[in-house]
Design a protein around this ligand. Structure first.
Ligand code: ZN
Ligand code: ZN
Length: 348
């Protein structure tokens, strides 16, 4: 099999040939058709998250390391104990796999487990043309979803859906503000319409992305770099927005976004850009400000989301296809904000 691997954090990916894995027990081997490239891949590749104030959180990834957690592929081999799966099935892989034994796993929150064999983080991911999935229960039928888009429901779609659930219900379009309209933010917009009957207000520094969001049903689009941006938002919302979901997670985005909410409003941080949140402590109780994080989604969330996707209710986000051999350039383009929607690596 062929993989594009980082020999060490931050080093350019290298094409590596290795033996194709054989499944044992309940394992399933999936031949990667397409793998979405996510901002998390950038952070994992750099080896660290920026905690602000010059501090970093190192990410413990194996060396060498194969990125890629938005995998769509075809089942090509199954272990002797694998159930409910056949060779030739084309499936989305749920990558946020837990240990299966701890307290969070037993509550169904495998994505919050700290020791699970997460695909594309602890275990080799879809930047390789074959991956091992520990159990067929992590595979999902994509319905009529195009092959190059399907894998993105396992991270950007799931992440957006799980964050939206934390803020729901939404009583009007101006009840929800989405900050950052990259791949995950676009999923947030599409899923807000399909699952929560809400056409949110979107905020982004890129006018081209704002235009795309308007064409896809955003009820208003605001560039926070405009001088009167905050005033414009409050004119639209009357100061009544109860939820903002921040798909950027930078000092600039949080500084702008957290003041757009009404009393009792929730600020949900999803993006991992980095830095520190600065907010006056007395205003947290006085405004009953909720600040919460949202990280990917549970296996249960994935089942709910895929049911919705298979019903055809979720409009697609734009996905650019790139040959897997362009993995390095794709990471670079994502870092520089040059990708509209998502880019997916296509294996031969
Ligand atoms: Zn991701
Ligand atoms: Zn666990």
């Amino acid at each position: 099999m062929k993989s594009y691997q980082a020999p060490e954090p931050g080093m350019p990916l290298q094409e590596v040939e290795s033996p194709t894995p054989k499944p044992s027990g309940k394992e399933v081997v999936v031949k990667t058709i397409a793998c979405g490239v996510c901002h998390t891949d950038l952070h994992l590749h750099s080896g660290a998250f920026d905690l602000g104030g010059g501090n970093k959180l190192n990410v413990p990834v194996p060396n060498p390391f194969t990125l890629g957690h938005e995998v769509f592929g075809e089942v090509v081999a199954v272990g002797p104990d694998a159930a409910n799966v056949s060779i030739g099935d084309k499936r989305i892989v749920y990558p946020w796999i837990g240990c299966g034994n701890c307290n969070v796993c037993s509550k169904g929150d495998e994505h919050l487990c700290s020791t699970g064999p997460v695909i594309g983080l602890k275990k080799p991911g879809g930047f390789g043309d074959h991956i091992v999935v520990p159990d067929a229960k992590y595979l999902h039928d994509a319905g009529d979803t195009p092959e190059h888009l399907a894998g993105s429901y396992a991270c950007s779609g799931l992440t957006a859906y799980s964050a939206l659930k934390k803020g729901a219900p939404y009583n009007s379009d101006s009840d929800l503000i989405i900050i950052g309209i990259g791949g995950v933010g676009m999923m947030g917009l599409q899923i807000a319409k399909a699952a929560f009957n809400c056409n949110p207000i979107v905020v982004d520094v890129d006018n081209e992305k704002l235009q795309l969001a308007l064409e896809n049903g955003a009820s208003a689009a605001i560039n926070p770099m405009d001088e009167d941006a905050a005033t414009k938002v409050s004119e639209i919302t009357g100061g009544n927005t109860s939820v903002a979901i921040d798909f950027v997670g930078s000092e600039q985005s949080t500084a702008f976004g957290i003041n757009l909410l009404r009393k009792g409003g929730k600020y949900i941080i999803v993006g991992l850009y980095g830095g520190e949140l600065k907010f006056p402590l007395p205003l947290i109780p006085i405004l009953e400000r909720g600040v919460l994080g949202s990280y990917t989604g549970s296996p249960g969330d994935m089942h709910e989301l895929m049911k919705l996707v298979r019903s055809g209710k979720v409009d697609p986000i734009p996905v650019e296809k790139r040959p897997a051999s362009e993995a390095n350039q794709t990471l670079e383009d994502l870092k520089n904000g040059k990708i509209i929607g998502r880019a997916a690596l296509i294996h031969d």
